[in-house]
Design a protein around this ligand. Structure first.
Ligand SMILES: Cc1cc2nc3c(=O)[nH]c(=O)nc-3n(C[C@H](O)[C@H](O)[C@H](O)COP(=O)(O)O)c2cc1C
Ligand SMILES: Nc1ncnc2c1ncn2[C@@H]1O[C@H](COP(=O)(O)OP(=O)(O)O)[C@@H](O)[C@H]1O
Length: 312
């Protein structure tokens, strides 16, 4: 992440009056459509000497709310990806009752105008805002003279006539179609968490696996075996990740476990990032542990061949 970024937490009364070109949206996944919008915002900011900024919502931190939703990117991921693209100012706020009750006009006047000195807004064509999502691109047009801003609407990015969306990428990931999801994301899908204890069985099979507890409600890819790239203590390693409930063994639960190639360190408790490169096969129930080990050896050979051919 760039280290000169500025984050203004509006809930803590922070404001910033530098004139801004603000990108508005939910931006889950920051897929190639979102990237197009951000590039537009950066371009306009450069031309008009405005600060390129993005308004983002904090995650739902209320644990009492049963939130079964899953997402492609956490707030931290978004800030990292956007700052790598050149964005340097982030305005964050909670999507709470107070915020939700603002009318479209109040959102524009209280937040965009008074708190952020917005001179330019860049949005997607389906953007909605304000109470009951009543505000849209027409509402922005109606208020732009009064509050002194201009608007640019960026059209959807499509693939074969189909709109690229966070929802469709989540479906691809849940169906194991990592290649297409990565294409639409414009980078490899990744999840972050820390390493927790498992049954200590992996080492007895000669395939120790670091079990991941995710630090966010990421969309979990379909059960199966993936070629992955894992970042541990700042260093990348190729790996095989198995997602599933180990059907060869009875009474297990669904987990995300990773066998790191050419690696033998104890990493319990460490934060790791898993980047999904390719889907290899589904999760299988084997007749014997030896059959499972044979298959894992085959997976490993395929991983090494693929890495040599495509990733080195
Ligand atoms: C490359 C790879 C492929 C795997 N494929 C399967 C599989 O198809 N079926 C299965 O039951 N377990 C599979 N496993 C999971 C093993 O059963 C699991 O790693 C082992 O039970 C160790 O569990 P532990 O980490 O809780 O000790 C796979 C593991 C790896 C690393
Ligand atoms: N190549 C490796 N890949 C993954 N984890 C490894 C590797 N080498 C050593 N380890 C360590 O071993 C642990 C996994 O061993 P395992 O027997 O599968 O135990 P557990 O069931 O607790 O996951 C990892 O959490 C990590 O600390």
């Amino acid at each position: 992440m760039k280290n000169n970024i500025k984050i203004y937490d509006l809930d803590r009364g922070m404001t910033d009056f530098e004139p801004k070109a603000i990108a508005l949206g939910n931006f889950d996944g920051i897929h190639i459509g979102h990237q197009k919008l951000i590039k537009k915002d950066l371009e306009i900011a450069r031309q008009l000497n405005l600060v390129p900024s993005v308004l983002l919502f904090k995650e739902n931190s209320k644990k009492t709310l049963i939130d079964e939703k899953d997402y492609l990117t956490s707030l931290n991921d978004k800030i990292e990806i956007f700052s790598n693209m050149g964005m340097d100012t982030f305005c964050i706020l909670e999507f709470n009752e107070d915020f939700r009750s603002l009318s479209p006009r109040e959102f524009i006047s209280e937040i965009l105008y008074k708190k952020l000195n917005t001179k330019y807004i860049v949005i997607g064509e389906d953007y909605h805002f304000g109470k009951n999502a009543e505000g849209d691109i027409k509402t922005l047009a109606r208020f732009q003279d009064e509050f002194g801003f201009e608007t640019t609407i960026v059209d959807f990015e499509v693939d074969n006539g189909v709109k690229i969306s966070s929802g469709s990428i989540k479906e691809l990931i849940k169906n194991g179609n990592i290649a297409k999801a990565n294409k639409y994301l414009g980078r490899n899908y990744k999840i972050i968490g820390h390493v927790v204890d498992g049954h200590k069985r992996g080492r007895t099979l000669n395939f120790p696996t670091a079990n991941l507890e995710m630090n966010f409600s990421y969309t979990v890819p379909k059960d199966g075996v993936y070629l992955t790239r894992v970042n541990v203590r700042g260093k990348n390693h190729f790996a095989l990740t198995n997602i599933g409930s180990n059907p060869t063994f009875e009474n297990d639960f669904r987990k995300i476990e990773t066998y790191i190639l050419d690696f033998s360190e104890d990493i319990y408790g460490e934060n790791i990032t898993i980047e999904f490169l390719e889907f290899f096969r589904g999760d299988l129930k084997f007749e014997s542990v030896d059959d499972l080990i044979n298959q894992m050896e085959i997976d490993k050979k395929r991983a090494i061949d693929t890495i040599n051919k495509k990733y080195l």
